[in-house]
Write a protein that binds this ligand. Sequence first.
Ligand SMILES: NC(=O)C1=CN([C@@H]2O[C@H](COP(=O)(O)OP(=O)(O)OC[C@H]3O[C@@H](n4cnc5c(N)ncnc54)[C@H](O)[C@@H]3O)[C@@H](O)[C@H]2O)C=CC1
Ligand SMILES: O=C(CO)COP(=O)(O)O
Length: 319
Amino acid sequence: MIGVLGAGAFGTALAVALARDGRQVMLWGRNEGTMAEMARSRETARLPGVTLPEGIEITADLARAASAETLLLAVPMQTLSAVLGSIESPLEGRKLVACCKGIDLATGEGPSHVIAHAKPGTLPAILTGPSFAADIARGLPTALTLACEDAEAGLVLQHVLSTKTLRLYRSTDVTGAEVGGALKNVMAIACGACIGAGFGDSARAALMTRGFAEMTRLAVHLGAKPETVTGLSGLGDLALTCTSELSRNYRYGLALGRAEGFDPSVTVEGAATARAVAALAEREALAMPVSGVVAALTEGKVTISEALDELLSRPLKEE
Ligand SMILES: NC(=O)C1=CN([C@@H]2O[C@H](COP(=O)(O)OP(=O)(O)OC[C@H]3O[C@@H](n4cnc5c(N)ncnc54)[C@H](O)[C@@H]3O)[C@@H](O)[C@H]2O)C=CC1
Ligand SMILES: O=C(CO)COP(=O)(O)O
């Protein structure tokens, strides 16, 4: 049995893909009324046009869902610690797969460390890479990285979570996979803002490239392998998210660039993560200029033209 905690777009899409491939899945969401309605209609507004297979048990009972052998944690990054804290069972020896992207603002930690601190003795892993929930739910081909420090547990998870259309590549470099997933959202906000403000495609390509350099710098500083950053979890997801209007982070950036409002209820992981990265960069004395500018922009501390000036006025250097 696979338990998916978080019945938003991504958690539900993963539950749909796994159930369609014959897995038994329990999908948990915190709102009893919403979950009862999902169970009745076998639909969700988060994934229009998608029918939830009968193989998904829909529940608002956290203890029940958390009793599953493998748990996928598909809640927003800044809520991960609280959700884990509300599970009474210690979950010792169980595989806990983070399906969220970002860095915890309170601690500066990625999802696997948040899991390890909240639930010691578990086997933390991360599932990350280029994939829109809508694509996964429609059964379109998707390739992701499954990273777990415990190679044996990673191998088991790779087989348990791969389907005919969802192809998982295995890695033991959890830090590299997490940094890629977290930073690509920050860069997507930057790229959206760039296009929204009318700075053009050449400027976006420059931001993606310099953003990738920042991603690599932080990952390697934290002990990751550079080749992980060139994989699906890094370059792959950066390419998707910085160029598609299906991305919420990119769309949020577009709105910032156009000086338009944006629905605050939409999950935009890159805003809090930019602030977490800026704090981390300062603590570790790392140059992370694009992340710093995105943090300032999303906090309303600079305008879009001040943000551009800041990046263009940096000292000239070797690439
Ligand atoms: N939507 C997508 O295409 C993809 C999303 N992700 C990641 O998945 C994670 C979740 O995002 P989505 O499902 O897209 O967001 P979403 O906004 O569709 O859903 C978030 C869900 O979390 C629930 N939630 C919020 N706060 C909670 C709390 N304190 N306790 C319990 N539940 C809570 C909400 O009720 C909602 O059901 C994010 O980290 C995102 O980066 C990763 C890959 C693709
Ligand atoms: O992570 C994603 C694609 O890989 C989804 O991106 P957004 O959260 O920006 O919509």
